[in-house]
Design a protein around this ligand. Structure first.
Ligand code: GAP
Length: 510
């Protein structure tokens, strides 16, 4: 299924591999002509429903590069890391927390690419790790799972390096001084002389961190940092929210499932500030609101579910968290998290900056630090969800199969295609007049005269265009055109003068 979606995305211009002509960049994607429309439609719908339709939520568009003290205070510099391990047999680098779990002491067969590699490894591994191994085909038997209780996800070996914490933030530097120059000068001055091991590593890191800034790994922090400015500028009253959507960056060790997990992605997050004590009620409110929102655009609402976090899974700042999960082709996985972050973030930034991030409660005449409920969704991950949700191979009565993307009309990249039956007899000119009328109403319409009409219908089914309007011989006689519905494939005639109003009404009623 994933392969089908990936190739449809490339063929039809939804998503391309980044820098493909140079061999591609792992885990980076470009959103093509239809992908950019789908992604924007999704994000605009979120903005409309979260900001424009709510009196007590306002927007923010903060910079991606922020003061590094933000990440110190938020805990991202110290804690936003994954435990990383290297396999000493196949050299795979992987996340310890995602590795296959096995009972300590149970057999750990090591599966190598072929018999030749297995024979070579049989010469090396017993001496290196002090175990007796026996080869059967390309598998070595005799090793057992260590006390850590996991093995290499690729070859199954239990011979692993220590776990290292790997920070997921992308680091860069700002200004004319390069951290490498700072390091070189320190070496020249002999400051690192006589140092070794951990001390040397720490000293190098300190020099390289001089002037370091980070690409934000989430949009959330700027909304805490700008809490006071927004509060004062907009005279907000509790409960109120600040919403933001935009790019985030994580140097993910495991990039997987196409745009599900990538290093550069887009988020749609809202920080909802409320009175302590009302937080549980608001967590339930936002959990339910957000679930209804995702289902509203879906053909398969049964593929969404909630998953409450176990106590052991909760982030250190969170009192409760619910994931909204989707049933992806590889199983259930996260789409959005709704977390009760308490007053953790405002307190942390208050302490670190010296600015009191508080709210004056006019009823009780005292200052309080509000609690925060955070619905945090992935926009690019949401786009993948709706690509998967929309895809259908439909068996037709004729025996043929058609591929149809049943996007909700609000999300569909192109809303209406206008097709002259033939490229003559004045039909193209009539079609262009209709397209221009749609443009004037701000509706994304496409003129399409390439190939036979049947092929054009199939093409628009495959990219999810909800309606096709066809200009034919009868149009020239009586100014009527056919309107074809993507889902039912039914056609009916309408007056050409009413085409825009008719399509607009259909789009609005869906
Ligand atoms: N501020 C909280 C926060 O960022 P998160 O669960 O790490 O929480 C929120 O991220 C959402 O962002 C996730 O539910 C997911 O949809 C999306 N997301 C996170 N990492 C991602 C990645 N590497 N690629 C694509 N989407 C990602």
């Amino acid at each position: 299924m994933m392969q089908t979606i990936v190739s449809l995305c490339k063929r039809r211009g939804f998503v391309f591999q980044s820098s493909e002509i140079y061999g591609g960049l792992k885990s980076a994607y470009d959103y093509g002509p239809l992908g950019v429309e789908l992604k924007r439609n999704l994000m605009n719908a979120w903005w409309r429903d979260m900001v424009h339709r709510r009196e007590n939520i306002v927007g923010l568009d903060a910079s991606i590069i922020m003061h590094s003290k933000v990440w110190e205070a938020s805990g991202h510099l110290a804690g936003f890391s994954d435990p990383l391990v290297d396999c000493k047999v196949c050299k795979e680098r992987f996340r310890a927390d995602k590795a296959p779990r096995r009972e300590p002491g149970s057999p750990a067969p090591i599966v190598l690419p072929d018999k030749g590699v297995a024979k070579a490894m049989l010469e090396i591994l017993p001496a290196r790790f002090g175990v007796e191994l026996e080869r059967k085909g390309k598998t070595l038997h005799g090793a057992t799972v260590g006390a850590r209780g996991y093995v290499c996800p690729v070859c199954g070996s239990p011979f692993l390096s220590d776990e290292r914490q790997f920070n997921l933030m992308f680091k860069t530097s700002i200004g004319p001084v390069s951290p490498v120059d700072t390091l070189a000068q320190a070496i020249e001055r002999g400051e690192l002389h006589n140092m070794e091991g951990r001390d040397l590593r720490r000293a190098i890191e300190d020099r390289l961190n001089d002037g370091a800034v980070y690409l934000r790994p989430e949009t959330a922090q700027s909304m805490f940092v700008q809490f006071l400015n927004v509060l004062n500028a907009m005279s907000m009253k509790l409960p109120f929210g600040i919403a933001q959507m935009g790019r985030s960056f994580r140097n993910e060790i495991t990039v997987e499932h196409f745009i599900f997990r990538s290093c550069e992605f887009e988020q749609m997050e809202m920080e909802f500030f409320c009175e302590p004590g009302s937080d549980e009620e608001w967590t339930t409110y936002w959990r339910d609101e957000r679930m209804l929102w995702w289902k509203k655009f879906s053909n398969h609402p049964e593929r969404f579910r909630y998953r409450p976090h176990e106590k052991s899974e909760l982030a250190h700042y969170a009192r409760a968290c619910f994931d909204i999960e989707y049933e992806y082709p590889w199983g259930w996985g996260e789409l959005e998290g709704i977390a009760n972050r308490t007053d953790y973030d405002l307190r942390k930034h208050s302490a670190a900056s010296g600015q009191k991030l508080e709210y004056f409660d006019p009823v009780h005449k005292k200052k309080i630090t509000p609690y925060v409920i955070e619905p945090a969704a992935g926009a690019t991950r949401g786009m993948l969800v709706y690509l998967l949700d929309a895809y259908e191979e439909e068996k037709l009565e004729s025996g043929d199969t058609r591929v149809v993307m049943r996007f909700h009309p609000e999300l569909a990249p192109i809303k209406v295609a206008v097709l002259p039956l033939v490229k003559k007899n004045g039909m193209p000119e009539k079609a262009r007049t209709v397209v221009n009328a749609f443009f004037e109403r701000g509706i994304n319409a496409r003129y399409d005269e390439q190939h036979a009409i049947g092929r054009r219908y199939r093409r628009h089914d495959e990219i999810g265009t909800p309606f096709c309007l066809t200009i034919d011989g009868e149009t020239l006689e009586n100014d009527t055109i056919t309107i074809r519905d993507r889902d039912t494939m039914k056609q009916r005639r309408i007056s050409i003068g009413e085409a825009v109003a008719e399509v607009e009404a259909l789009l609005q009623s869906s």
